[in-house]
Design a protein. Sequence first.
Length: 136
Amino acid sequence: MTVRHFTPEGMMQPAPYHHVAVGTGTRHVHVSGQVARAADGSPLAPGDLAGQVAHVLRNTATGLAGAGATFADVLRLTFYVTDWKPEKIGAFMEGVEKAAAELGLPQPMPPASLIGVDHLFEPDVLVELEATALLD
């Protein structure tokens, strides 16, 4: 296996993601920031954080698949969420759960960061996701 995910003893547990990923492959896959947009650019799930999280995961899966990768090959996920407040975590995780089984998203997820931002490139975009994967 190219990527091994784990959480060493002594790090915060349980968490919805692993804290560490070790990669041994040579082909890097970088999926640019994915947002809740259809292939034609039309917005998906306007105003719905859970819906947008599910769609960014789907779009990221499509990008990974285009490179011959899956979420099992992901070293790191970085989520950017507009106007972040801790009380939004329920809707955020609902979106992850909506898409997890459909996409084969490992639970816990690969190492991930959630970064709160004032805004993204368009006002209707609530969440953006970048992924880095490794293949051999």
